[in-house]
Ligand binder design. Structure first.
Ligand SMILES: [Zn+2]
Length: 463
């Protein structure tokens, strides 16, 4: 009989993610028990979260070397497998989707492992180790990750006999099991996971450029070219005359949000915007996106208000409004996420693409109903690469359009023929032609309709 060689046990680890259930429409008994009929605290609404296709890597928590995917050359990531539906009563709080990640062989020399998920899984980020944890000496350890609003975590643990919730971003033995562990993925953890875009990244993702657009018919007589360096008389973009301009300014705001629905005072503009230059029927405008987007990324510091708010993107002459509860998912699923932190997790490519298209079409205001959100619907909004547009105005042409189809016959049909519908059609064309977007993932209630996009245009940009 040959001599036996001492063998290390092969350790396998599997992660199972249980995505948060909806808490609107009485779908979550734990939410209902805590808040009764108070809808203002809902965060997970409209479409249940699922993580299909979301990137992740499993790493050696100490060396940061990637353990899975096994071939991780060139920063390759694994992706979450398709969602599976769970029994609605399995976890006592409503219908959940789940994802079972494949078991991973842990190399013998590895002591601790951690996950990087969502946009933090990309090689250039990887700032936040999720559930850094010493791998037990067991043949197969199973880790259950429960996505739960932070305020319902304790109730969830009680109702499911899970003892005291483990400390944030840690795992604990799952009571009553051998070789099973559990941890919580709440809104606070998502805040740490999701990438916050810095000014340097804005410059890298959206380099300075010169925008151009055609003048509206009859908007401006072609200015004769002056001599000896005389400037061409500039036309302010989408300038609204008289009272309209005053109204626009009164509802705009660039500072901290205090929770009042319409902050009363405009903030003085330190730098007057550069007007576009006109040549023939074309206007052009150099833009530095870091500066252009500053009013958006600068809004909402320290605020957890659900109230609507507007910011004036002066450089483009466009007012951007975030509708009521636009960041409700980010705020209500966490104990600390602020409005500004939610906005800062939305890719500059998304804001730039929509604003550029709007400027080119002389749109003077745009409403967004959602930006980054960690616990709602598909992976797109939680990756920070999506915006939902609900309304726009073109003051010069007196167009005011709310994006909402009238019934199911509108789905995948041509756009409405009225001026608003045609402006939306133009916006859709602009966005699908933009180098920053994912053209097939620009969804409207008309062409390219996908459930549940009946009330907004969803715009996806590149990651
Ligand atoms: Zn969307």
């Amino acid at each position: 009989m040959p001599t036996q060689i001492a063998q290390c046990m092969t350790r396998k680890v599997s992660f199972i993610f249980y995505c948060a259930p909806r808490d609107d429409q009485h779908l979550n008994p734990m939410y209902h028990a805590m808040y009764s009929n108070d809808d203002t605290r809902t965060g997970v609404t409209d479409s249940a979260p699922y993580l299909t296709g979301m990137p992740y890597v499993l790493v050696d928590a100490d060396t940061h070397a990637v353990i899975y995917p096994y071939n991780s050359t060139n920063g390759r990531t694994a992706t979450f497998p398709n969602k599976e539906q769970m029994n609605p009563n399995a976890l006592q709080d409503g219908l959940r989707f789940m994802h079972s990640l494949p078991p991973v062989n842990i190399p013998d020399h590895v002591t601790r492992i951690a996950l990087h998920i969502a946009n933090d899984a990309y090689l250039s980020h990887r700032n936040f180790q999720l559930f850094a944890w010493t791998v037990p000496d067991a043949a197969h350890s199973k880790v259950h990750v429960y996505e739960v609003r932070s305020d319902l975590q304790r109730r969830f643990a009680e109702r499911n006999q899970l003892d005291t919730p483990p400390a944030e971003n840690t795992l604990a033995v799952k009571p009553g099991t051998a070789d099973e562990y559990h941890g919580y993925l709440n809104g606070d953890v998502w805040l740490s996971i999701s990438h916050e875009f810095t000014d340097d990244e804005i410059t890298r993702l959206c380099p300075p450029e010169t925008l151009s657009r055609a003048l509206l018919p009859g908007q401006h007589p072609v200015a004769p070219q002056g001599t000896a360096g005389n400037a061409i008389a500039p036309v302010p973009p989408a300038a609204a005359p008289g009272m309209q301009a005053v109204q626009l300014i009164q509802q705009t705001y660039a500072g901290p949000i205090t929770g009042v629905p319409h902050p009363p005072l405009p903030v003085p503009q330190p730098h007057p915007p550069t007007p576009p230059q006109t040549a023939g029927n074309t206007q052009s405008l150099p833009v530095d996106w870091v500066a252009v987007l500053q009013p958006i990324y600068g809004a909402g510091a320290g605020s957890r208000s659900m109230a609507p708010f507007s910011v004036r993107v002066d450089a483009l002459g466009i007012t951007v409004t975030f509708t009521a509860r636009a960041v409700a998912n980010a705020v209500n699923t966490s104990s600390r996420t602020t409005v500004q932190q939610a906005l800062r997790r939305t890719s500059p490519r998304a804001f730039a693409a929509v604003l550029k298209a709007a400027w080119r079409l002389h749109i003077s205001s745009v409403d967004f109903s959602s930006s980054w959100r960690p616990m709602l619907g598909s992976r797109l909004h939680r990756m920070g690469v999506a915006l939902d547009v609900t309304h726009f105005d073109d003051a010069d042409e007196n167009i005011h359009f709310t994006i909402h189809n009238h019934d199911h016959h509108d789905r995948n049909s041509p756009f409405p023929v009225d001026p608003g519908g045609q402006k939306l059609a133009a916006l859709y064309r602009e966005l699908r032609a933009d180098q920053q977007t994912m053209p097939a993932a620009v969804y409207t209630p008309w062409l390219n309709w996908v459930i549940p996009h009946d009330t907004h245009m969803h715009v996806t940009v590149k990651e």
